[in-house]
Design a protein around this ligand. Structure first.
Ligand code: NAD
Length: 538
């Protein structure tokens, strides 16, 4: 192979925000204090914020603590379709000013937001513990990722703000970027701060005005993000806080001829319907909407027959059961080569049974609750299918936690058929399907047999087989001999394809381009007949 064909561009320097070391007593104490401070603020009311003003609504969303479902985290105004229209009008008006703010200045706002997140780090994590049932380390990672998005996109915008010149004698040619317009950001609850922040600040730094429509279940955390955006000095009207019920205000936002871009992260069904709706161009609309949609996954890890099983079991358990399996990147299928199948299952069972189920605020908890009752019932439906169709390897009873919150114990089912719902559908909970493959061809074919292509992984000691995985496993993010969750901004730009997503990867070097319009200007500089006005003549 020639040297040039193996050359690669090194990434620009970027420092990810470090995660908190909870082995240090000082950090544990500070986190406990944040939990108790935030506990004293539960149950408050949160209005919509349109054009910098608090606006109430006749309807509200009641956000509950999934660990203790009788506890109200907050009561949030739920926007009506009329209020969604008002928010779009405001954003349209604010766009004329915001688009003209220097990109370097806009980048500074993101750094101020990041600084505010650092100041409020444990408090923000504590809100996620209560509102989304995130265990400590998961909540802490969520804040770190939000900070990374702010810092990384600020830096990317600095690069993108420099025009590319391609001049010739007598002709100046420049290529540069402009904002698109009004961006609607629709986010999920599972990375309640990081994903909402990432999509919002990307749109913002690119010069768009933003309507933030958070998930119903994490609307209080979104209100905290709005506070930080406001405290950073972003002018009124540039960002609107518009919580609401997705299928009530979603259509008003997505259909509006005054919206230029929709950035969505969430389920496949909602993402596909948004993509379809946004593609319509009614006569009153003079542009085609840009849609960025990051959707679900059905992620598989392949265990080769020579894999280090201790390492593989640890990686699979972390990837499958971290945050109770509620990560889009979570491992929900393990495909094991026949010779390793039974030994792997035996160790997987032991490791899974040792996980501690409990409320998220308890520092000893490894698996907290699932997000709400609907999710709990849906996941238990899959557990029932597993019990009927497959070999049950682990079935954890929630014991005395039953009735306290929305708990589902970790479950492992083996001998899962390739066409079983357990092997095909996104469960989004702590349920793991294990499948046996006779050889690597069959393993890759099982791995690729769903509509999704988000994350995937392989544990193997064979360089040849690992090379095969690189080309044959059809996923957006492939992880070899390591867990498949925990993507870091810039190091692991994140996103899928097939029915897992449309768009460049979040936290990647080309992500911001989606929020921008490229413009080329060519000027004849011979200036024949050019008549400067008198004040230019001095
Ligand atoms: P969801 O699709 O139910 O909701 C996401 C958002 O869409 C919410 O804000 C909701 O209110 C809104 N919504 C619902 N109906 C709508 C409609 N008709 N029009 C407009 N908006 C509407 O998803 P969720 O339960 O919040 O999140 C879990 C899903 O998100 C999983 O499928 C997971 O895989 C996916 N996810 C993907 C990624 C990724 O990067 N690919 C990251 C995180 C989560």
């Amino acid at each position: 192979m020639s040297k040039s064909s193996t050359a690669a561009f090194p990434a620009e320097p970027f420092q990810n925000e470090p995660h908190t070391d909870f082995s240090r007593a000082a950090n544990r104490d500070a986190f406990k204090r944040a939990l108790s401070d935030v506990a004293s603020q539960l149950g408050r009311e949160y209005p919509l914020i349109i054009d910098g003003k608090a606006v109430s609504s006749r309807k509200s969303i009641i956000s509950l603590n999934p660990s203790h479902s009788a506890q109200v985290v907050g009561r949030i105004a739920a926007a009506t379709p009329d209020q969604a229209e008002e928010a779009i009008d405001t954003a349209r008006r604010a766009f004329n000013q915001w688009r003209k703010v220097e990109p370097l200045h806009r980048a500074e706002y993101l750094e101020l937001i990041a600084a505010e997140m650092r100041n409020r780090r444990f408090e923000l994590s504590a809100w996620m513990v209560y509102e989304c049932g995130k265990p400590w380390a998961e909540a802490d990672g969520d804040v770190a990722e939000a900070i990374d998005f702010c810092m990384y996109y600020a830096e990317q915008m600095r690069w993108l703000s420099v025009p590319v010149q391609c001049d010739f004698p007598g002709e100046e040619n420049s290529y540069f970027y402009q904002a698109r317009g009004v961006a609607v950001i629709i986010s999920p609850w599972n990375f309640p701060l990081a994903i909402l922040t990432g999509m919002t600040v990307a749109a913002l730094v690119a010069g768009n005005t933003v309507i933030m429509k958070p998930a119903e279940q994490s609307s209080v955390i979104a209100a905290k993000l709005f506070e930080m955006i406001r405290d950073a000095g972003v002018p009124d009207g540039v960002v609107t806080y518009l919580p609401g019920i997705g299928d009530e205000i979603g259509p008003a936002l997505v259909d509006s001829p005054d919206v230029d871009l929709v950035a969505f992260t969430g389920s496949q069904s909602v993402g596909l319907s948004i993509n379809e709706q946004a593609a319509r161009t009614p006569p009153s609309q003079n542009h085609v909407k840009k849609v960025i949609a990051e959707m679900g996954g059905k992620n598989a890890i392949v265990i080769d027959e020579d894999a280090d099983l201790d390492e593989a079991v640890q990686g699979v358990v972390g990837s499958a059961f971290g945050f109770a399996g509620q990560k889009c990147s979570a491992c929900s299928r393990v495909i094991v080569l026949a010779p390793a199948y039974e030994p792997f299952l035996e160790r997987l069972q032991g490791a899974t049974e040792s996980l501690k189920l409990g409320p998220a605020e308890d520092p000893g908890t490894t698996i907290g609750p699932v997000i709400d009752e609907d999710a709990q019932q849906r996941i238990l439906g899959y557990v029932e299918i597993g019990r009927n169709e497959c070999r049950t390897v682990v079935s954890t009873d929630v014991g005395e936690l039953s009735g306290e919150g929305y708990y589902v114990g970790p479950h492992v089912f083996a001998d899962v058929a390739a066409d079983s719902p357990l092997a095909q559908q996104e469960i989004f909970g702590p349920v793991l399907a294990v499948m046996k493959a006779n050889d690597l061809d069959e393993a890759f074919s099982f791995a690729n047999s769903t509509d999704y292509a988000l994350t995937g992984g392989m544990y193997s000691r064979s360089p040849k087989n690992l090379r095969r995985a690189r080309t044959e496993m059809r996923v957006g993010n492939l992880y070899l001999n390591r867990p498949i969750t925990g993507a870091l901004v810039q190091r692991h730009p994140f996103g899928g394809y097939k029915l897992s997503g449309i768009g460049s990867k979040a936290g990647g070097h080309d992500y911001l381009l989606q929020f921008l319009i490229p413009i080329a200007v060519s000027e004849n500089t011979l200036r024949r007949g050019f008549a400067p006005p008198p004040d230019d003549e001095a």
